[in-house]
Design a protein around this ligand. Sequence first.
Ligand code: IPE
Ligand code: IPE
Ligand code: MG
Length: 229
Amino acid sequence: MPRHVAVVMDGNGRWAARRGLARTAGHAAGEVALLDTTYGALAAGVGTLTVYAFSTENWRRPVDEVRYLMNFNKGLLERRQYELHDVGVRITFSGRRDWRVPKQVLRRMDDASALTRHNTAMTLNIAFNYGGRAEIVDAVARLVADGVSPRAVSERTIRSRLYHPEIPDPDVVIRTSGEFRTSNFLLWEMAYAELVFTDVLWPDFRREDLYAAIAEYQRRERRFGGVDE
Ligand code: IPE
Ligand code: IPE
Ligand code: MG
């Protein structure tokens, strides 16, 4: 079983367009997908599920859609944090807390983290205002602020300054909606992840699709640069 599964939840807009709905209806429909996938991961014994909810590039979208996504993610935490807490899920966040994220959204994020921080059944890590390059930039800035000398710069000293050094690297990264790119997700952490692509649009994604991706991962041969005996 992979210890850490990460998902680029993509295709909400196209899901909505196919139904003649506004793009935002696709985001709303993604909530069921997220919950079913989370419970599926929990049941399967996955240690951490990281989901890409909002990227540092998503600010380029129309202001109405950005505003919708901010409110949607805040509402999702308000609606779901207690049930996730009840089943032992620890909720964490990866991303930048910059001035663009509304205060009430940050407050909900802090509440959800605080409520669930001692839970151990699974970690649901929400990548929000997240960019892989931004994460590396932030880690380097901390390294410099900590006064680390050039000789002490290493993978270990950089890694320890990433957003969640305690979470193991993802074993498998899934991207939905038939796009074959990583879009600035977990750049450092996915160095040796197995990539699984599916045509399923995120609002249609369910635990069965997660299990199919895990089965695909289990058929892969991981070598980490070495050779097989
Ligand atoms: C993913 O769905 C959700 C976010 C990026 C927030 P999209 O909104 O990117 O949907 P498509 O790719 O336009 O279909
Ligand atoms: C990646 O999806 C970001 C999230 C799922 C939050 P995008 O839809 O933003 O990625 P691109 O623009 O197609 O690369
Ligand atoms: Mg997209």
